[in-house]
Design a protein around this ligand. Sequence first.
Ligand code: BQF
Length: 303
Amino acid sequence: MQLLDGKKLSAEIKNEISEEVKKMVLSGKRAPHLAAILVGNDGASQTYVSSKVKSCEEVGYKSTLIRLEKDITEHELLAQINTLNNDDSVDGFIVQLPLPKHIDEEKIILAIAPEKDVDGFHPMNVGRMTLNLPSYISATPKGILEMLNRYHIETEGKHCVVIGRSNIVGLPMSLLMQRRSKPGNCTVTICHSKTNDLAKYTLEADIIIAALGKPQFLTADMVKPGAVVIDVGITRVEDAGRKSGYRLFGDVDFDNVSKKCSYISPVPGGVGLMTVASLLQNTLSAAKEEFYSKNMSFDVGDL
Ligand code: BQF
């Protein structure tokens, strides 16, 4: 079994980005600028946002963290988004999810200008991704593609089983794995909470992408020998014996599955780090206007 080392790959990607930022700055351009909106003080969300801000510093980006109270109104959040949409010094921004229950996430995502939507959550970007048009790709699926690519894992003609159908991971991942590209060209099966006899599918899989959010769900008896196993799960379980106060669990029973498969991504240190690296890549694309020219996303001439 070979470990799909997110720590090593994300360091590699960050080095590549740093080099490019240095060149940009030397050529007289300003450094890329990512802004993040964090609503409330959920522990996990704070950790994720801090690691994104810290990663920006590491690669030489400017970052801005906007913290809002948990009881902010939807209207106030929309106003903040509008400000960032119109701020020419900001290349891209994210609204950290999940949001408090009184705020409609769908409405918030729709308000983000597609050309600054570096999370790739806006329907414009999801739609363009689906149709293989240039767009921001959701950071977790993008990071998984990068992982498969950098480990030279052959995907063409393989059977990929995606467990989970979320808008952010399962759905885009399944579309990306079946499309005509490299990595890609898989035969894809999407499994979910209503799938009968899930093991019937996973036992046939050459590549399993577990993104259902149930700790240690995928066990060795569900995996074909030699399969590639990607673990997207990240569940915090309280553990008083640790200084953080918690332990992270993936969706895969790592200790047993790792004995049976060809490649496996660990948790922590796997897909999560790739997610952050992909967000940095998307921000660089935003600064370079790779997918959209500024304020012109609806211009037919750009299509
Ligand atoms: C690691 C996320 C669920 C809901 C909202 C490194 C991250 C996580 C783990 C990280 C995630 C998960 C993020 C590790 C961002 C991934 O070493 O294993 C990094 O920062 N993530 C998020 O922003 O929102 C989430 C998961």
